[in-house]
Design a protein. Sequence first.
Length: 228
Amino acid sequence: MSLLPRLLILPLALLLALPAAAKGDDAPLFEAVHAFLYEQSQALGDEVMIEVHPPAGQFPACQAPEPFLPGQRELAPGRVSVGVRCGEEGRQVRYLQAELSVFGEYPVAARDLAAGETLQRDDLRLARGDLGRLPRQAVREIEAALGQQLTRSLREGSHLLEAMLRTEPLVERRQRVVVEARGQGFRVTREGEALEAGGRGERVRVRLTNREIIEAEVIGDARLAVIF
């Protein structure tokens, strides 16, 4: 990566990223858009590259530019449309296109992993790259994958997708389970039969010994809870 993109994240170097058309009267407009995108993208990664494209037509100078994201959309890496209100009352609105590249870390397989394995911290490592090139459903944090089971095999160095993960089942279908009923000042336990499998935090149906069917939350191995 060249030094120029790295300079784009520094407020003092924003002018270095301005296209030729931004010189003169347009410079404040492009500076405002760069600064706005930089501020909005801080939570996306630890290094940002911003390239603002000049408008296709010729317009008067934008006074007191106030950038905004049209439709209150969440900012994401890739091509971005930015609106800019011009003038004291912001009556004039312009739209500029920009390219936003965000670099950061994301988890990948530290070794070849087989389907059905429950992921531990040693099974994963952090890789670094352009987050905008990852699939939309890519897992971004190691903690989000720990304790999850793989639904398919994964080669070393491959990134994780949310669809590849499932919560490790602590309750199996037709398994005998204990259900705790909790409330203000009381706690009662009853036995039952799970009608479906579930992992920690998931809600499953349980048939109690009196044939009543309830829904309870999985809290442990063959243990569920109903909170009143």
